[in-house]
Design a protein around this ligand. Structure first.
Ligand code: PEP
Length: 250
């Protein structure tokens, strides 16, 4: 059986800290119009203030949406934080956790990422757990030990359903892991999960992230363990993002 018949492709746009009421509306309208007939599950991860707008504009479409982060706390005196229950309250189904910009720029540890994962899972939101090594770690031959360490922090309490392998050196840099390099890590991640839960590992969607564009998407998606993409820069351009979505139809 090909991977596409076991696992529905997942293509997600991580908008990061980009957007406005006007530009979001235009982007979503273009995506909704362009997604007809596409087999992938297509998601956008929007900044918090725009989640309600995205929820309303996506409601009559097959676009799904999510948050880029969450608090590890349930409620209380945590100024500036947003809880998983708040996200769930207006229908959020997905959230990123452990994006390398959160780990690197905001000092998020593996343990904190695991706590955030648990907070999401507790309210029924699917966490998209982001993993990936830095360039120095890859050059030191530590890629697998790093991503296994990041994964193990979560596996201690949960079996994930959605992973995003994002080599830090490929995010926003124009550098992409080759399809073979990415496939090797995806295969290793799936095998690692299989040691804990073989059935879950078969259904586990592992998407690749790091400078995915229309021009390199199809070769990545042709790999048996690459189940889609988490797209940053190219997700802000409707034509480019739609072309990536169409590249899953191979
Ligand atoms: C990301 O932010 O998750 C990402 C992969 O960014 P880019 O596609 O811009 O490299």
């Amino acid at each position: 059986m090909s991977h596409s018949s076991v696992r529905r492709p997942f293509i997600a746009g991580n908008w990061k800290m980009h957007g406005s009421v006007a530009s979001n509306a235009a982007l979503l309208a273009a995506l909704k119009a362009g997604l007809a007939g596409n087999a992938a599950e297509v998601a956008v991860f929007a900044p918090y203030p725009y989640l309600d707008q995205v929820a309303r504009l996506a409601a009559d479409s097959r676009l799904v949406w999510g948050a880029q982060d969450v608090s590890r706390h349930d409620m209380g005196a945590y100024t500036g934080e947003v809880s998983a229950a708040m996200l769930r309250d207006f229908g959020c189904r997905y959230a990123l956790v452990g994006h390398s910009e959160r780990r690197g720029l905001h000092g998020e540890s593996d343990a904190l990422v695991a706590e955030k994962f648990s907070a999401l899972a507790a309210v029924g939101i699917v966490p998209a757990l982001c993993l990936g090594e830095t360039l120095a770690e890859r050059q030191a031959g530590e890629t697998l030990s790093v991503v296994f360490r990041q994964l193990d922090a979560v596996l201690a309490s949960h079996v994930p359903a959605l992973l995003a392998y994002e080599p830090v050196w490929a995010i926003g840099t124009g550098l992409t892991a080759s399809p073979e390099e990415a496939q090797a890590v995806h295969l290793a991640l799936r095998a690692h999960v299989a040691k804990q839960d073989a059935a879950a590992a078969i259904g586990l969607r592992i998407v690749y992230g790091g400078s995915v564009k229309a021009g390199n998407a199809a070769a990545l998606f042709a790999m048996p363990d690459i189940d889609g993409a988490l797209v940053g820069g190219a997700a802000l351009n409707a034509d480019e993002f739609l072309a990536i979505c169409r590249a899953t139809n191979v």
